[in-house]
Each structure stands twice: as C-alpha cells, then as structure tokens.
Design a binder for this molecule. Structure first.
Ligand code: NAP
Ligand code: MG
Length: 482
C-alpha cells in the first residue's frame, strides 16, 4: 500500500465470508460436471500470485453438452413459462445476489484484482440492479415494443471479458432470460469464480436445469461455443481483435450477433470547466479499475489556456492515489488482472517514452509480489503516437491540448474506436454541441463512468455494434415477428 502524501493504516476487508472450493467443474444442465478431458487450469489471485482454485477446461464436446442442455431447457421448460414466471426467477436471483453481495465482492476482488471499494460499491450493486431491472420487463415485452409481436431467439451463447466479470454476466444473462432465451456463458480465463458462484445462485433460486449453463475455459473454448451450429445468438464483450474473428465465424449463418469491443475514449476539458471537479473526474475516468475499463477516458484533451494548471493538479492528485492490495478499503488502484496484461501495459509505457512523450509517475512502493502498475501520465503526445491511438487497457493517460472546439472534435474523432467520451464545461450549449458531434456510444457531461441498467451502452466504429442495457438491451434478445 503506498502513496507519497498520505499514510493511512491498512483497512483490510475480511475474506472469511468467501468459501473457495479447491476445484470447480462445469455447470451444465443444473449440475456440476467434470470436463470430458478431465483437464483443469489454475485461477490465480493477481494481488499476490497465489493459487485460488482449479477450474475445469471446457472443450468442444463439453460445450456441445451445454448447448444440448440449453436447447432442451428452452424447448421443454423456459419457452413454455409466462413472462411473469420468468420474472419471478429473475427477482429471486437478484435478491440472492444482494444477500450474497459481500461474498461476491470479495470473490471478484480476489480473482480479478480490482479494489474492494469498486467491487463492493459498483460491480455487485450494478449487477444486482440489472437483474431487478430486467426482471421487471419479463412480463411486459408486449408493452416494451407496442404494436409489435416479439419472440425469444432461442439459445444465447455469451462470452465475457475479465474486467467486469460479474457485471458483464449480468448485462448478458438478465435480458436473455427475461426475453425467454436460455444461455451458455463462457467467462474469461482469469476470472471465472463469480460466474461459478452465480451458477450456485441459480441452483439456490431453483432455476430450471439447463436454463443457464456456465462453461469455463481458455484457448479454443470460446471459439467452440461461437462455432456451435445450434446457437441462435452470440453476445460477445471483449477485444476488437477477437470480435472481428467472431464476426467472420458468423458469416453465412443466421446467428444474431452483438459485439461490445475495445475503446480509446476522449475526455475533453474546456477552459470554462470547474477545474477541480474535472481533475477528479479525469482521475476516475482513467484510473478507476486500473484502467481496465472498455470506456476508460484514456485520451485527455485540455484547452490550451488551462492546460498547465490541469496538468499540475493532476500530478498533485496522483501523489495521494493508493496503489496496492485490492482488499484494502483505502486502495484506489489494485492489481493488474494478469501478468500478461501487466507486460502489455509496461510495453506501451516504454513505447510512449521511445515515441518522445514526457512521462510522469508518482513515486510509490508497489507490493513485492503481484502485478502492479503505478498511475502514469504522458504529456507532449503526438496525435499519431501509438499510445494515443491504441487501447492500452491500463492506468495510462495521454494528455494533449487544443485551442478550438473544431480542433478537439477532429482530434477526439480521429480514432478507430467510438465507445465513450467525456465533456467538462460550464455551458450546457457546449455540452449539446459537442455530444451530438462526438462519435461515441456514450457521452458523459461533467461526470464519467456512470452506469444505469435503464441506459443503453455500446459502441460506434471498431468499438462494436448492438446495445446492452435498457430497452435496446431487450431487443437484442428478441425477434420481431411483425
Ligand atoms: P478478449 O481477449 O477478447 O477475451 C474476451 C473473451 O473472449 C474471453 O472470455 C476470452 O476467453 C474469449 N475468447 C478469446 N478468443 C476467442 C475466440 N476466438 N472466440 C470466442 N471467444 C474468444 O478480451 P479480454 O482481454 O478478456 O478483455 C479486454 C477487452 O474487452 C478490451 O479490449 C476491452 O475494451 C473490451 N471490453 C469491452 C467492453 C464493452 O462493453 N465494449 C466491456 C468490457 C471489456 P479467454 O479468456 O479464455 O481467452
Ligand atoms: Mg484470477
């Protein structure tokens, strides 16, 4: 635990609330089933590199069993229930998640490395709220799309990334079930534990067998699920590179596809902005969750007249950021999710220096074991620099200046991505002007990283297509018959 300005006593969240099994099997047809190959991989705590559990490796034959279970549950049980009955299950799951929220939060932090204050205050409550929200729609689909006749798609294959494991699961499973689909979900290799805990919650809620199946794995597991011929819908959240592969794999099939991909989001501070709030907002936009946020505000554009002040304030604020043990309630930046991701971030930091940008990191003492990266600022960054163009997915911010609104619009939109953006200004008219011209799925004004289940989320350009959340999120799991 470290920061240069403050020395707080450690305040560790207890792990006593969590029972991690030595070994986890696949959750297929309401039961725990060993993978046919009997092979397992390790789940590691990135905060100290300790071993957490052995996780079953699902391969094509196991995925086939899960798809068969989901198909049978769809045909024989789930499609026959009324929306009101489906809603009851979703409400029950939501309440059980709430009851177990402390356990889920600690588990998410142990497995993924994110600070406990985020898993406790952001990930888990939002995940519960997604279930409550979509539970409420389950019996109102006709009202949601008045005048249209809608029906479930059938079987949804869902693939999630490691940055928000439980929340991305909720974004996917809650609307799918509300609309009457059954699910096979594959979590990311490094963060399976909350998805497996969610499987236990499904059992406890009495969800009919096969409605939700969780197949853990790595390597080809996700591709095997995508390729399965009996899948009707694929919902993927992850990198743009893998999203492109999935899109190719779907060519010539009638699988419905939504892709939530990477980002390089612009955060823009105009000279009339309340500067201290904007600085705090920038810190939240990029350093929240170690920068492992698809919509992280990783490119900062500051109007030239205030740039020196903003940069000074950012550097000062970084000196009181706590980097360290994610279970410590004081921690702002926890562990990087994996060694591989830490190496990627470190490569980009070296590249930024080689590219001629000026780097700033506050001095902090990182724990000896585990994967940690100090918050990093780059100034004097060229628009064409790779650190300003490519997604780093870590606590690294590039800062550039601009003089006019036209200039910042041109710079902000000069990106292959278009997931989110932020605007900081005192003038409502400027907010409307900029937000209508920024090519981004979400534009936050005088705030950042705010989510709500009723509000759709998704990208432009290489950040993907389709929306999750809100009514848009429902329509992604329905076919419109007339
Ligand atoms: P990733 O490498 O693309 O992996 C995402 C998921 O896809 C994992 O479960 C992965 O399994 C699986 N997968 C890998 N190769 C596959 C294939 N060929 N076919 C099917 N599935 C495959 O992404 P990540 O590193 O976990 O996550 C970080 C990325 O997600 C970032 O780019 C971030 O911006 C993006 N993201 C986007 C959003 C959004 O809403 N737009 C939200 C969160 C994250 P394994 O783990 O087993 O490889
Ligand atoms: Mg892990």
């Amino acid at each position: 635990m470290s920061s240069t300005n403050w020395n707080l006593e450690p305040s560790l969240e207890s792990t006593a609330v969590v029972q991690i099994k030595a070994q986890y099997e696949l959750f297929i047809n309401g039961q725990w089933q060993a993978p046919l190959s009997k092979t397992y991989f390790d789940s590691v705590n990135p905060a100290d590199e300790s071993h957490l559990a052995k996780i079953a490796w699902a391969q094509a034959q196991d995925i086939d069993l899960a798809v068969q279970a989901a198909r049978s549950a769809y045909e024989n049980v789930w499609s026959k229930l009324s929306g009101a009955e489906r809603g009851k299950y979703l409400f029950r799951i939501a309440r059980l998640m709430q009851e177990k929220s402390r356990e889920l939060a600690v588990l998410e932090t142990l497995d993924g490395g994110k600070p406990i204050k985020e898993s406790r205050d952001v990930d888990v409550p939002l995940a519960c709220n997604h279930f409550f929200y979509y539970a409420g729609w389950a019996d109102k689909l006709q009202e949601a799309f008045a005048g249209r006749e809608v029906a479930a798609l059938g079987l949804a294959a869902q693939i999630t990334p490691w940055n928000f494991p439980l929340l991305m699961l909720a974004w996917k499973i809650a609307p799918a079930l509300a609309c009457g689909n059954t699910v096979v979900l594959k979590p990311a290799e490094t963060t399976s534990l909350t998805a497996l805990k969610f499987a236990e919650i499904c059992q406890e809620a009495g969800l009919p067998a096969g409605v939700v199946n969780i197949v853990t794995g790595y390597g080809d597991s996700g591709a095997a699920l995508v390729a399965h011929p009996d899948v009707n819908k694929i919902a993927f959240t992850g990198s743009t590179a893998v999203g492109k592969q999935i899109q190719k794999a779907c060519i010539g099939t009638d699988k419905k596809l939504t892709l939530e991909l990477g980002g390089k989001s612009a955060n823009i501070i105009l000279e009339d902005a309340p500067i201290d709030q904007a600085v705090e907002g920038v810190i939240n936009a990029i350093f929240f969750n170690q920068g492992h946020v698809c919509c992280a505000g990783s490119r900062l554009y500051v109007q030239e007249s205030i740039a020196t002040r903003v940069i000074e304030k950012l550097k000062f604020r970084l000196q009181s950021i706590y980097v360290g043990n994610p279970l410590d309630k004081n921690t702002d930046i926890g562990a990087i999710n994996s060694k591989k991701q830490l190496e990627t971030i470190e490569r980009y930091i070296s590249l930024g220096v080689e590219e001629g940008a000026e780097m700033y990191q506050p001095s902090c003492h990182l724990p000896a074991k585990g994967y940690y990266c100090p918050p990093t600022l780059f100034t004097d960054v060229a628009q064409s620099a790779r650190i300003a163009q490519e997604e780093i997915f870590g606590p690294v911010l590039t800062i550039q200046t601009f003089r006019t609104i036209d200039e910042v619009l041109q710079k902000a939109n000069n990106s292959p991505y278009g997931l989110a953006a932020g605007v900081w200004t005192d003038k409502g008219a400027r907010i409307f002007g900029l937000s209508s011209q920024l090519q981004a799925g979400v534009v936050w004004a005088n705030t950042y990283n705010k989510f709500d289940p009723a509000s759709p989320f998704g990208g432009y350009k290489e950040s993907g297509f389709g929306r999750e959340g809100g009514l848009h999120g429902l329509s992604a799991y329905l076919k419109f018959i007339n």
